[in-house]
Design a protein. Structure first.
Length: 339
């Protein structure tokens, strides 16, 4: 009963936050002060990002970019450069919606952020929204450049003495390390464990718990604890489905389905099929390719597990085509590895 009440509360809070985001942007429009409108929509973008309402994120980010008129310091009430953070947010929204230009946004925001490293908040916003959703979802590969960038940011954050900056930096760098091999991976999960502990103690945003737990589940599957992986992924999936739309829903369903098909026990394939169907039923913005491309890959894996070769080849080929057309590096790598 307590878990149900928690999920209902979280769902209500997400819905309320989304409504408040709309009200904030509307109020700023009524006030008509360009500087305030550049400074304050970040909170609205965060709320909409969490509920995967990426069309609104794109609209709010573009509003900031247009009003800033190229001035990185305009509206610097919260961040040293709201324009830089909004550019990163626009890139995130663009790839979620399958709109070209997201790579240019990311490159531009990173270059600008390096000019504002005296403000850990600006650097944090860019790092988080460029890397944290994109790497687990197969948009970017955690290459040497990203590893170096996140390590540099962790060093900057630690020197700042800002607890929030350190939490963000540990989360970002920990996630990137979790996709490396050997001791680096172990260090990554150590950092994620620290962030999870602070999150569970209400010293960091609770919305990060699902993301960390999804990676813990994936690591359990990788190291042979398939049952533990399925149990944890199932728990997170149920929570996110019951909370309504969420940016992490496709990711947790992917981890759950992969683990179920890896185990392949009685009822596992059927449960995987049900999870895929549940993901397909989640309402999304028009053009929301994050779910679409994930579903193509999962349906291919399911068809192969059932021995349905024609269906497998069809889904695999459409998946490869979509991954290439969108320029999603991780998906292109995964598609190329599919026999």
């Amino acid at each position: 009963m307590a878990g149900l009440l928690t999920r209902q509360t979280m769902k209500a809070q997400r819905r309320e936050a989304s409504q408040l985001a709309d009200e904030l942007v509307q109020l700023l429009a009524e006030i008509g002060d360009p500087t305030l409108t550049v400074a304050l929509p970040y909170a609205a973008m965060i709320a909409k990002h969490e509920t995967a309402e990426m069309a609104d994120v794109l609209r709010f980010a573009q509003l900031v970019i247009d009003l800033a008129k190229g001035d990185p310091a305009k509206g610097n009430l919260i961040f040293e450069s709201p324009l830089t953070v909004a550019t990163a947010m626009r890139g995130l929204a663009r790839w979620c919606l399958g709109i070209a230009g997201w790579k240019d946004d990311f490159d531009q925001a990173m270059v600008a952020a390096r000019a504002h490293t005296t403000d850990p908040g600006t650097f944090a916003g860019v790092m988080w929204f460029e890397y944290v959703p994109a790497i687990p979802n197969g948009i970017l590969l955690p290459d040497a450049t990203i590893l170096r960038n996140t390590a540099e940011y962790l060093s900057v954050a630690e020197q700042s003495g800002d607890d929030l900056a350190v939490d963000l930096a540990q989360g970002i760098h920990g996630l990137v390390l979790a996709y490396q091999d050997g001791p680096a991976r172990e260090r990554g999960f150590e950092l994620l464990a620290k962030v999870r502990e602070r999150t569970a103690d209400n010293r960091f945003a609770l919305t990060n718990l699902p993301l960390i737990d999804i990676h813990i589940a994936r690591e359990k599957a990788r190291t042979g604890d398939i049952g533990g992986a399925i149990e944890l992924a199932r728990e997170v999936a149920d929570e996110l489905f019951n909370c309504g739309g969420c940016i992490w829903t496709a990711l947790v369903v992917t981890v759950l389905v992969e683990a179920l098909l890896q185990r392949g026990g009685a009822g596992d394939v059927d449960e995987a099929e049900n999870a895929i169907a549940h993901l397909a039923s989640v309402p999304t913005d028009p053009g929301f390719v994050l779910h679409e491309i994930s579903l193509l890959r999962l349906r291919a894996l399911l068809a192969r597990a059932r021995g349905e070769e024609a269906s497998y080849r069809d889904c695999r080929d459409r998946y490869r085509t979509m991954a290439t057309s969108l320029g999603f590096e991780g998906h292109m790598k995964w598609a190329a590895a599919m026999p």
